[in-house]
Design a protein around this ligand. Structure first.
Ligand code: NAP
Length: 252
């Protein structure tokens, strides 16, 4: 059986790819950096004797997503992981509109296309949609990113329920981590040093929850505490708190 993973060239997606190869899956790996994907393919095929198919493509382009799903029809996919994404900190009025539109397309439109395709065509399986704790925090200065992750959380949670109602053996799990040590902040601002999780641990906790068919995974105790705090905190307090937190991440 195959696992399909977007954003496999680094961070959480790369670790998920390694763990799924260890579990005996053949892989379809998606990202733009072909050299990184090729290196990962070579190491996984040698180590785990799996078949790794590379799709070096930019999923912020709707036509690339549609071409990909056309191609996916030929593979028996059991696990679909929508992990590719990026975020940029700053005032919307000072950000590049096309950057923000690319963020919306990568973080939201692409996972929407892939998830709905999978739910329509797969006979059974597991979907992991990588959202963020930012789905719950309404973060000013990270507003577009937060909104995309919020969409992904609500869409995935509701669709998971629809699958149950339709008695389809497909579970959709939303992963909402806080800070994870990856390349995420390489050009998107400074990462806060509080409670940073390794990408490997995040991936392990994600797969554990995925196979338990959990609707939501918020990894680690401190991230769960943050999630609960955000859930019950009034917006009037949350907005300034998040504003100052995000402001501290802007590169000066
Ligand atoms: N790190 C954190 O603190 C954190 C916290 C919460 C949620 N998350 C979420 O976790 C997910 C993975 O991020 P990460 O932390 O592992 O960061 P990362 O190391 O920067 O990985 C992001 C991945 O997404 C791929 N990607 C980005 N834009 C793409 C595009 N247009 N087309 C195809 N692939 C694209 C990148 O590959 P290429 O550049 O090669 O295309 C890369 O493989 C993201 O959705 C992020 O929002 C991260």
């Amino acid at each position: 059986m195959y696992a399909f993973i977007t954003g496999a060239s680094s961070g959480i997606g790369k670790e998920l790819s390694i763990l799924l190869a260890q579990r005996g899956y053949d892989l379809i790996l998606v990202a733009r950096r072909k050299d990184r994907l090729k290196k990962l393919k070579d190491s996984l095929e040698t180590r785990y004797r799996c078949n790794v198919i590379l799709k070096a493509t930019d999923i912020s382009k709707e036509e690339n997503c549609l071409a990909l799903i056309e191609d996916l029809n030929q593979y028996p996919i059991e696990v679909m992981i929508n992990n590719a994404g990026f975020g940029k900190v700053g005032y919307v009025t000072e950000q590049d509109l096309s950057d923000n539109l690319d963020m919306i397309k990568t973080n939201l439109i692409a996972p929407h296309i892939f998830t709905s395709w999978f739910c329509r065509h797969a006979k059974h399986g597991y979907v992991l949609n990588v959202s963020s704790i930012a789905a719950f925090t309404t973060p000013p200065l990270f507003s577009v990113y937060g909104a995309t992750k919020s969409y992904l959380y609500h869409f995935s949670t509701a669709l998971n329920y629809e699958m149950k109602r339709q008695k389809k053996p497909i579970s959709i799990t939303t992963l909402c981590p806080g800070s994870v040590k990856t390349e995420f902040y390489k050009d998107g601002g400074k990462q806060s040093n509080i409670c940073i999780l390794s990408a490997r641990t995040c991936a392990e906790l994600a797969l554990d929850g995925l196979y338990k068919k959990k609707a939501l995974i918020v990894p680690t105790f401190s991230m769960k505490a943050t999630y609960l705090f955000c859930k019950f905190m009034p917006k009037v307090l949350m907005l300034p708190m998040q504003y100052f937190l995000q402001k501290s991440k802007i590169n000066s």
